[in-house]
Design a binder for this molecule. Structure first.
Ligand SMILES: Nc1ncnc2c1ncn2[C@@H]1O[C@H](COP(=O)(O)OP(=O)(O)OP(=O)(O)O)[C@@H](O)[C@H]1O
Ligand SMILES: [Mg+2]
Length: 618
């Protein structure tokens, strides 16, 4: 047994004791801790630790960071002021606490198992966390700091602010509140949530005193004095509205500043895209006031869902250098791998699995975790025994893996907030690829191009589904704006929610429109036309278009491409009676190319397994 601080490392039972309480540790974190405790007071390099714990296996060094984070959480250690594990940047770690031989508390009759602490991991955000941490010395010197943290749904805004709050030790008061969709009419909703959490925290006494002295009216809706039982005042409710009118933002600023004079205060207000105007005004006041305060305010929001008032506030404060902005972008591939490794508790991952999830999630951590859980729930990712590595099921097929239900529902909810006309526009766009031109939307909906383009433009400004992505020059020299779905999953949900017949109509209209736009040069776009005819199940026209595309390829001496197109057309002709007339001519052409290949036995043309991604317009 080794003792450090109030902990005893029990090497016989591979656990940790604190007093008479036993803390269960997973084998790897235990092994890491044991190695550190066995080698106190010296630098243990990353390589040394990796060699000792994973001999003969290549393991990403980032994995060590995950374990250190987990151990620090269990030990209640702080990376900024380590009592146990010190990080020596770019080199390794040092166990800084004195270690003695010890024994677990005597008189212990039966160990009390404490569940292993579930670790909230944060991967791939070192730079962003460092950026937020960099504000702290300024805050400690009395300079207030307001940070607008932006990013799309699930990108990790809450996870990052959680990590920041975790680092704030007991000397820093933390108040957190969150806006809720549908409660935009409830005045100061997130502020009251933050204050009520603060009042219940170890800093509660000081917070209540500051409020009682400088902003007593705020104690009423907090429920401290009973009246409104913690509810925010509601616009339209005369009694509660009266309470709301009495809440003086200036008084609250003064109370928070008094609190922040005694020690640093971190105020986190989340999801401001759903904030009421009064909350935004309070943020504005906190940012603009000049009195010294050890105050850090972090507000989070989804930029593409932000309404005018929030955009204006952000813009004004940025212009006056009264706030900073940190925009979260998708995780890198290596961070997604690390996240998957943490989730699966497995260091090395199948490259095919990692590549598939990264491609589908596009680096969004929420999507990454949802897709992973979906694969497990579908039995497509399996673990034979608890200790065995995770592996892909033999019938795993990327094209049929589907989208996790929770993501479909999340996207559906957002879609339903749009008007019926806007929904139709997006659905029409999904018939193309992740990017789509306005002319194709107009064609699919049989509408006029200019009018459709204006509607798309408005939609791109209003909803976060699509962004304007440039312009397409049409053969007649006119321009058509180009849009892109902000995530491939949005497009898939929109594609799937349309009935097959409506989709087919849209595809045929797009193919016909392509033919009109390129009249006289149809062969140039025959390949794209074929894709739309095939997607519509219009086999004869599909096979004909493929043949035209093959002829065009031959003219360009692209023989291999021509052969591939003819083979595809032949498969259609062989499997669909309506296209059989094409078969003879196709075989002759293939023969002429001397690359005639009969389809492999048993190889069937399964149109229903095709994913919409294959429908791309170059
Ligand atoms: N860097 C990260 N490392 C590990 N897990 C992460 C990371 N970022 C996010 N996650 C996980 O992904 C999920 C979504 O993250 P989070 O809730 O922080 O997103 P968000 O940006 O706050 O989304 P929303 O706009 O919906 O509030 C959570 O389960 C979170 O724990
Ligand atoms: Mg969040």
């Amino acid at each position: 047994m080794k003792q450090f601080g109030s902990f005893v490392l029990d090497t016989a039972n591979e656990c940790l004791w604190i007093g008479s309480a036993q803390i269960a540790l997973q084998p790897k974190p235990f092994a890491v801790l044991r190695y550190l405790v066995d080698n106190p007071g010296r630098l243990i390099t990353h390589d040394e630790l990796l060699d000792a714990l994973w001999p003969e296996t290549f393991v990403q060094p980032q994995v060590l960071r995950t374990y250190m984070l987990e151990l620090r959480k269990i030990l209640g250690d702080d990376a900024g002021q380590p009592r146990f594990i010190q990080t020596l940047p770019k080199r390794g770690y040092c166990f800084v606490a004195p270690v003695t031989e010890g024994s677990a508390q005597r008189g212990r009759s039966k160990p009390v198992p404490v569940p292993a602490v579930e670790l909230p991991r944060l991967v791939g955000r070192d730079r962003e966390l460092a950026r937020l941490n960099a504000e702290l010395p300024r805050v400690a010197s009395g300079e207030r700091s307001i940070v607008f943290l932006s990013g799309e749904a699930g990108i990790g805004k809450t996870a990052l602010t959680d990590a920041l709050a975790r680092q704030a030790d007991e000397s820093m008061a933390v108040a957190r509140g969150q806006c809720v969709p549908g409660l935009e009419r409830e005045l100061f909703y997130p502020v009251l949530e933050a204050l009520s959490g603060l009042c219940a925290s170890p800093h509660g006494e000081a917070a209540c005193q500051a409020l009682a002295r400088l902003a007593p009216e705020w104690l009423v809706p907090l429920g401290r004095y009973g009246a409104a039982q913690g509810r925010g005042p509601v616009v339209g409710d005369p009694t509660l509205e009266a309470v709301g009118r009495e809440l003086m933002p200036g008084n609250l600023c003064a109370a928070l500043e008094e609190l922040a004079a005694a020690g640093p205060l971190l105020l986190v207000l989340e999801d401001l895209q759903w904030a009421d105007g009064a909350t935004l005004n309070l943020v504005s006041a906190l940012a603009r006031r000049r009195a010294p305060a050890q105050l850090m305010v972090v507000v989070t929001f989804r930029p593409r869902s932000a309404a005018g008032e929030l955009k204006q506030l952000r813009h004004d404060l940025l212009l006056k250098h009264a706030c900073a902005e940190l925009a979260l972008t998708p995780l890198s591939k290596s961070a997604v791998l690390e996240l998957l490794a943490c989730e699966l508790k497995q260091e090395s991952l199948l490259p095919r699995l990692a590549a598939f999830i990264f491609r589908r999630s596009e680096g969004n951590p929420l999507f990454t975790i949802a897709i992973l859980n979906h694969l497990i729930a579908q039995g497509l990712l399996v673990q034979r025994t608890a200790a065995a590595p995770w592996e892909l099921a033999p019938d795993f097929d990327e094209s049929t893996a589907g989208i996790p239900d929770e993501l479909v529902q999340m996207v559906e909810l957002e879609i339903e907030r749009l008007t019926a006309e806007e929904q139709r526009l997006l659905e029409a766009g999904s018939l193309m690829s992740v990017a789509f031109p306005a002319w194709a939307v107009a064609a699919a909906l049989a509408k006029e191009s200019n009018e459709t383009e204006e509607a798309c433009e408005q939609l791109a400004r209003k909803a976060h589904f699509v962004l304007q992505a440039g312009q397409d020059e049409l053969p007649d020299g006119s321009l058509s704006a180009f849009y892109a779905f902000s995530h491939g999953i949005y497009r898939e949900v929109l594609w799937q929610r349309q009935g097959a017949a409506r989709r087919a109509r849209g595809h045929i209209r797009i193919a016909e429109r392509l033919g009109q736009l390129f009249a006289g040069r149809e062969a140039h776009v025959a390949r794209e036309m074929a894709m739309h005819y095939e997607a519509a199940g219009s086999w004869q026209r599909g096979a004909g278009a493929l043949r035209a595309a093959a002829q065009y390829a031959r003219e360009r001496h692209a023989q291999a491409e021509a052969a591939e197109l003819l083979e595809r057309a032949l498969r259609i002709a062989d499997h669909h009676a309506e296209a059989q007339d094409e078969a003879r001519a196709l075989r002759q052409e293939l023969g002429a190319l001397q690359v005639l290949q009969a389809p492999a036995p048993g190889k069937t043309f399964k149109r229903e397994r095709r994913r919409p991604e294959s429908l791309t317009i170059s």
